[in-house]
Structure formats: C-alpha cells, structure tokens
Design a protein around this ligand. Structure first.
Ligand code: OGA
Ligand code: NI
Length: 369
C-alpha cells in the first residue's frame, strides 16, 4: 500500500537512533564499551543477515597477495624504470601495493603506532575532550565519522588529524602522540611525494605532474583503533569502501584485519614488518581516466586486539581547496580514450562523502559519464 507507514520499521529505526545517540553520548568509543566487559556486541554493530549471507559468496579460495615493491635504488635510472613498471602494473590490477625500503625508519612507525595506543589508553575524561565529528576541528576523536548515516556501526574508534600544507599547531595535538604525529607526518609527506612521482611516471607523465596538481598539499591522518571484538563474525571493523583521495599510505601493527577485493574475493593483507601499504584513491582513478584503479577494501573485526592502523590520505588541498576541480588528465585522453568521468568539484565531492554512510556511498558511480 503506497504511502502507508510501516510502524514496526519506524519503531526499529527510532530504537536504533536512540541507541546510537546513547552510545555516542558516552564519548568513550568502542573501547569504552568493552572496558565494562562484554560477551555480546550491541545491536548497532551487528550486520544484517543479508549481508552475512552475502559474505559466503566471496569465500576465499585464491592465494593471491598484494604486490610487494622494494623501493631500494630508486635514484638509479635502470632500477627506477623497473620500480615504475611495478607501480604501473600494481596500480592497474590491484590498486594496492606494499612498499619496503621506503625511507621511513621502523622506529618512527613503531612510535606512531605506540602513540595511537597511548592516546586510546588515556583516561576517558581526557579523551572525551577530543570527541567530535565537527570537520572544522583539526583534531577529531570519534567512533565512525558516519555513525548516524550508516546501516551498521563499525567496530572502530578513530583519531583524525587534518594536516594543512604548512602543518598543524602542535598544542592542538593530544600529548601522548603529539611529537610523533608531527614527526611521522613529515616522513610520510616525503614518501607521498616520491610515490606521486612514481605514479606520474607510470602514467607516462613528467615526474612532478601529480605533485604540481597539489595532490600532496595537506593530508588527513586517521589513526584507527580496533578493539578485540567478542563476536567478530557479526561485526565489521571498517565497511567495504574505496578511498576518496589521490593516494593513501597505511601503517599497521602486527594484527591481521585489512582485506582487499581481488577477482571478486577478499584477500588478506598480512602486516609485513618494515612494510607500508599504498593504495590509489578515487581521485587518482579519475585523473588517470580509469587506468589506475581505486580498489575496494575493508577491515574485518577480530577477537584479538587492539589492531592499530594509521592511514594517511593525500587528498589535495583540504583547507581552501573547495574550488579545485579534478577530471581526467588531458594528456591521457584521445579519440580512443574519451573521458570516463565528469569534472569533480572538490568541495562538493568531500561534502557528499561526509553526508553518506561509508556502507551506502557509491564512490565514482556518481561521476561516471
Ligand atoms: C581507511 C582504511 C584500513 C585499516 O582508513 O580508509 O581503509 O587498515 N583503513 O585501518
Ligand atoms: Ni580505506
């Protein structure tokens, strides 16, 4: 019957929305929940039976692994050609690769992970000062940026730090990770610029092409904390998604969880000591006119933990970048290769992403020609 209200659905929605509000008001995240000892996950984190059934269609049988690229010898012209070729193949097939000998000392990565752990271990009263979803604040701690827009809450707390091209005032950062976040950020920007050069070359462009489009002007550092989950098969750490920026560099501790979609199957990305994960985002897929893919990935929940990861999104000029437009790069287009995406106005693009739950967002489908 058209227009009829489904009361049981409405009640269910109300109940869910009340539960979300109550949970959010604790300002202490998933970690705060489990602190009180928990044998079952609250309903807001339980995936639907449809989704759980769908899971079975992506059962793992393949033994594939994300490509591993050793950046040693990057200044040697012959060796660099090889590396660029490896980056090209990985970007066309997986949209993901793991780099080693990337120039960021292991101690810096370890201290960064440790800093995230220490932040999450702070007293609730200290942590809640940072609890917000207000994107105007440069430092934001919360459980799920999309808590009120998604179908299922994700088993994850996140400390997000927005670095402008000229950095961030250090006193805005939480003390337990202040020094190391600034230090890690400096290292990650250097690596980000190297990767943008390699990606430009892999597209057949001048090395500084992507950098000169300000792809590395500012980055968002999302420090994720995935507590051990009492019912991991029912929950999800991060819903399936692709990243919206140009590239992402991800550090993780030793606990499994990240999976990448490859040939219609979820493939585990096992943490490799000394390695960092690099993946292409939607904007790079657009710039490359679909040549480089921005692949779907997710994080499964685990009964051991915490799993900690630090995702640095190179998303262009985050501040004052609203008016920037990005479309397929002219030099890459031809009669045989017409544009596949329309121009994206950066500000609108980011706004759309933040208004829609990660598990509902259709990514580049909105922009296909
Ligand atoms: C992300 C992401 C993966 C992880 O933050 O976009 O995919 O391992 N994170 O936390
Ligand atoms: Ni991601």
């Amino acid at each position: 019957m058209a227009g009829a209200i489904n009361f049981s659905e409405a009640n269910h929605q109300n109940e869910r929305s009340e539960m979300l509000k109550a949970f959010d008001a604790t300002k202490s995240g998933v970690k705060g929940l489990i602190g009180s000892g928990l044998s079952k996950i609250p309903q807001i984190f339980a995936r639907s039976s449809d989704e759980l059934a769908h899971e079975l269609t992506h059962n793992k049988t393949a033994q594939a692994e994300v490509p591993l690229i050793d950046l040693t010898g990057i200044c040697d012209p012959e060796r660099r050609d090889r590396i660029v070729e490896e980056v090209r193949i990985a970007s066309e097939t997986w949209g993901f690769f793991q780099v080693t000998n990337h120039g960021i000392p292991q101690i810096i990565i370890d201290e960064m992970i440790d800093g995230v752990n220490k932040f999450n271990d702070m007293a609730a009263e200290e942590k809640e000062k940072y609890y917000t979803r207000d994107l105007r604040r440069r430092v934001r701690f919360n459980t799920n940026f999309d808590l009120f827009n998604s179908k299922t809450a994700n088993w994850r707390d996140t400390l997000g730090i927005s670095f402008a091209a000229d950095g961030i005032p250090s006193d805005e950062l939480p003390a337990p990770c202040r020094e190391i976040a600034l230090n890690y950020s400096k290292h990650v920007v250097i690596l980000g610029e190297i990767l943008l050069e390699l990606l430009s070359e892999a597209l057949g462009l001048k090395p500084d092409y992507l950098k000169s489009m300000k792809c590395a002007n500012g980055h968002l550092m999302n420090c994720h904390y995935y507590p051990a989950c009492p019912e991991p098969e029912l929950a999800v750490g991060t819903a399936k998604h692709s990243d919206i920026g140009f590239i992402t560099i991800l550090a993780q501790n030793e606990i499994d969880g990240l999976q990448v979609m490859y040939r219609d199957q979820w493939i585990d990305v096992h943490p490799l000591r000394g390695g960092l994960i690099v993946n292409n985002g939607d904007l790079l897929q657009v710039l490359s006119n679909g040549k480089f893919i921005s692949n779907k990935h997710r994080v499964v929940a685990n009964n051991i933990g915490p799993r900690i990861s630090v995702a640095c999104f190179f998303s262009g000029p985050l501040l004052n970048g609203e008016g920037m437009c990005y479309g397929p790069i002219e030099e890459l287009l031809s009669e045989e290769n017409p544009p596949k995406y329309r121009e994206i106005v950066f500000g609108e693009y980011v706004l759309k992403f933040t208004k829609i739950g990660l598990d509902q967002y259709l990514g580049l489908d909105y922009y296909k020609l």
